[in-house]
Design a protein around this ligand. Structure first.
Ligand code: NAD
Ligand code: UDP
Length: 318
């Protein structure tokens, strides 16, 4: 296949480019480096099956030649209000990437009669009242709250994707990604795992937002990419959750990271750093992915962290 990946210079986009190239596909990466980094693609630039277009997906997308698939990953993804890369500090760009960007990416898929895959998110469930979250749950989202620029853009993106599928007959996929971590996340991205790993590596206390009783379920990037690749090759048009169902509190995560890195500095609890509407509980129900894609995560948290920590050591020069 000849595949366009938007958001290619980001954390997940760069891993996806790598995986698709290794499967023998030809990949065109697209990114405007809003939250991504050209370094994430540096090792692919000599690959003759890879090319790159610097472009903001909020503007009309043109790619010369026939495309077989379009994978739309371009969007800020960190909710951290203290990071310049967090979507609370990029609200208009976030809404444009989810709304105009999805429209343009669907347009290029339609023009090529290509398969379209949307990177959606567990955030579309909001602060969930159903637990764990199944794909059938409609969510509990504040439409004007501090996370609304991301949550509502992704909900719009899902609705637009289903509209293109139902009205234009486009072959679409929607993956609802739950918290995923791994190499190539920005040091200053602000999401919890990069924050905790670098704080621990610097022997600083880990910053717990709120009391740390909120839960998340963390998936290692290689597992997620495998699930996305299987979904791409499937014929499933309805949304599919991909994530790791092992749930833990943020406090438990912090203790685990300090233990693995042997950080004596402990933890600091800080309510002020927490963004409003922070979901209290999050865990994917992955029955659908298990049954339809024969997929489930292979890496435990400890195994995934052990593969991720060397990247952050390298970035910090440790
Ligand atoms: P990331 O910030 O590392 O990557 C996003 C990429 O999109 C960056 O390279 C950025 O420069 C690019 N981008 C943003 N706006 C753009 C625009 N207008 N035009 C072109 N490029 C643009 O984040 P990530 O974690 O790799 O997330 C990738 C996708 O996966 C996002 O759509 C995100 O919503 C989704 N997702 C990620 C997670 C996760 O846990 N990592 C969870 C749920 C959903
Ligand atoms: N969090 C934290 N300390 C940090 C960064 C995040 O306690 O340094 C918390 C955050 O408030 C949230 C959870 O960790 O409850 C996961 O945050 P993240 O930014 O990774 O993504 P989210 O799941 O909220 O989209």
């Amino acid at each position: 296949m000849r595949i366009l990946i938007t958001g290619a210079a980001g954390f997940l986009g760069s891993h996806l480019c790598e995986r698709l190239l290794s499967e023998g596909h030809s990949v065109i990466g697209m990114d405007n480096f809003l939250t991504g980094d050209p370094q994430n693609l540096a090792h692919l630039t000599t690959n003759e099956n890879f090319s790159f277009i610097r472009h903001d997906v909020s503007n009309f997308i043109f790619v010369p030649g026939k495309l077989d698939a379009v994978l739309h990953f371009a969007s800020p993804a960190s909710p951290n209000k203290n990071s310049p890369y967090g979507y609370p500090n990029l609200p208009i760009q976030t809404m444009k990437a989810g709304a105009l960007g999805t429209h343009n990416a669907l347009g290029v898929a339609k023009a090529n009669n290509a398969t379209f895959l949307l990177a959606s998110t567990s955030e579309i469930y909001g602060d969930p009242e159903e637990h764990p979250q199944k794909e059938t749950y409609w969510g509990h989202v504040d439409p004007t709250g501090p996370r609304s620029m991301y949550d509502e853009a992704k909900r719009f993106a899902e609705a637009l994707t289903m509209s293109y599928h139902r009205f234009h007959g486009i072959d679409t996929r929607i993956v609802r990604i739950f918290n995923t971590y791994g190499s190539r996340m920005r040091l200053d991205d602000g999401r919890v795992i990069p924050n905790f790993i670098q704080q621990a590596l610097r022997n600083e206390p880990l910053t717990i937002y709120g009391e740390g009783k909120q839960t998340r379920s963390f998936c290692f990037a290689d597992d997620l990419i495998e699930g996305i690749y299987r979904l791409l090759l499937s014929g499933i048009h309805e949304p599919v959750n991909i994530g790791n169902p092992v749930e833990m509190t943020v406090l438990e995560l912090a203790v685990k990271v300090n233990e693995i890195i042997n950080n004596p500095a402990g933890l600091i609890i800080n309510e002020d750093l927490r963004l409003g509407n922070d979901p209290e509980r999050r865990r994917p129900d992955i029955t659908k992915a298990r049954e339809l894609l024969n997929w489930e995560p292979q890496y435990t948290l400890v195994q995934g962290l052990e593969k991720t920590i060397p990247y952050f050591k390298m970035k910090l020069g440790i």
